[in-house]
Write a protein that binds this ligand. Structure first.
Ligand SMILES: Nc1ncnc2c1ncn2[C@@H]1O[C@H](COP(=O)(O)OP(=O)(O)OP(=O)(O)O)[C@@H](O)[C@H]1O
Ligand SMILES: [Mg+2]
Length: 366
């Protein structure tokens, strides 16, 4: 932004210091002058001597000294003010320098203001904190873009290899080629759908409606029942109505992802999945719990990151992108809820989603 250049703060402070010093000097000299004048006048009256004009005489004697004092105060005020203001404003230079560095793209720079807590230190600390958060956010975005590109390149590379091999061999079975290309293509489309969903959920641009999580859980369980059967997993749903506000489509996606995970990341046989819904004082709660292999708490904290796959899948035909839990986390946060992952001591995972209950009106209904 182009702005007209004004006086520097240092100069303004210097002028104010000097101005105040001069003002104080004038007041002091005036008081001393009046005092001297009065006492001189009294003495003259007492002695009874007659003088031409005591005021003029006094001014003549006092003025040169007063002028010297005023000049001294002016020089002292300007010089002292300039030095003092420079000292006071020095931290601001550091902050400005750091801001310029950050604006030029270097987010790793920190002010690290030394000294005790004061207003400048507070500003510098707040700025450092903002830079740290921005840096982490940008790094996360870069990681995400790199991972997404990598994941999208894989199916394209596989397709290319399949086509190259088929082209080199004139007696190639086209039916098989088409089938394999279809599988690869579907995976790529699913991946892009998941990425679009992730971006849509994080924009929070959906309309909020009344949603009962227990009904959505039933719907998800019904859809995934055949998959559970195929994987030899028993799927149970239980619980009470759990009202909240949000996007029915996104919440269905959330529960579907959780139940899907609970089925495919389960024991090779005789696994169980329990889906439970309920209410707490101010929230609606959904819990999805499944048997499976033992997971360490450290591993569990990383699972919600995009493209993070924990362990090798038991049913390898359902290889995923590692976006399911990232989508769950984004949808939960877009609904102002919390997501908690806890490893079960007997193996497997318990995932709890808490969403705000709808605000109640005085009539008791929503
Ligand atoms: N219910 C669960 N029980 C055990 N492990 C789980 C469970 N849910 C997720 N995981 C682990 O977390 C990882 C990440 O899950 P996520 O849903 O994000 O990706 P994915 O299931 O591998 O792929 P996608 O969901 O994109 O098809 C999984 O690979 C799995 O190792
Ligand atoms: Mg998944």
């Amino acid at each position: 932004m182009d702005r007209q250049r004004g006086l520097s703060v240092r100069l303004k402070l210097t002028l104010s210091y000097a101005g105040f010093l001069l003002l104080a000097g004038v007041v002091l000299l005036a008081v001393v002058g009046v005092f001297l004048l009065l006492s001189g006048w009294l003495r003259t009256n007492e002695s009874g001597a007659v003088r031409a004009n005591p005021v003029i005489e006094f001014v003549r004697a006092f003025a040169p000294t007063a002028a010297v004092v005023m000049v001294f105060l002016l020089v002292f005020g300007l010089l002292g003010g300039w030095l003092l203001a420079g000292r006071m404003l020095a931290p601001l230079d550091r902050i400005t320098h750091a801001t310029r560095t950050a604006a030029a793209g270097s987010l790793s720079h920190r002010i690290r203001m030394p000294g005790r807590q004061d207003e400048f230190r507070e500003l510098a600390d707040a700025f450092d904190m903002m830079l740290a958060r921005l840096e982490a956010h940008v790094a996360e975005q870069q990681r995400f873009a790199a991972n997404a590109s990598h994941e999208l390149r894989t199916p394209l590379a596989i397709s290319k290899t399949l086509i190259d091999v088929a082209r080199a061999d004139p007696h190639h079975d086209t039916g098989e080629l088409i089938d394999r290309l279809h599988v690869v293509n579907t995976r790529a489309t699913d991946l892009i759908e998941a990425l679009l969903l992730l971006s849509r959920a994080s924009q929070r641009s959906f309309t909020r409606e009344h949603v009962d999580l227990s009904l959505v859980a039933e719907e998800a369980a019904e859809t995934l029942h055949p998959l559970a059967e195929k994987n030899g997993v028993t799927l149970e749903t239980s619980g009470d109505i759990a009202p909240t506000r949000g996007s029915p489509a996104l919440l269905l996606q959330l529960i579907t992802n959780l139940v899907h995970n609970a089925i495919v990341h389960n024991l090779p046989e005789r696994g169980t999945v329990r889906v439970h819904t309920g209410v707490r004082p101010k929230t609606a709660v959904l819990t999805v719990e499944n048997t499976g292999e033992q997971l360490t708490p450290q591993l569990v904290t990383t699972l919600t990151e995009p493209f993070q796959r924990g362990t090798v899948r038991i049913h390898t035909d359902q290889a995923g992108a590692g976006l399911g839990l990232a989508i769950v986390k984004t949808i939960t946060e877009a609904h102002d809820g919390t997501l908690t992952l806890t490893p079960r001591s007997a193996g497997g995972l318990r995932i709890t989603v808490e969403l705000p209950a709808p605000a109640r009106t005085p009539t008791g209904s929503e």
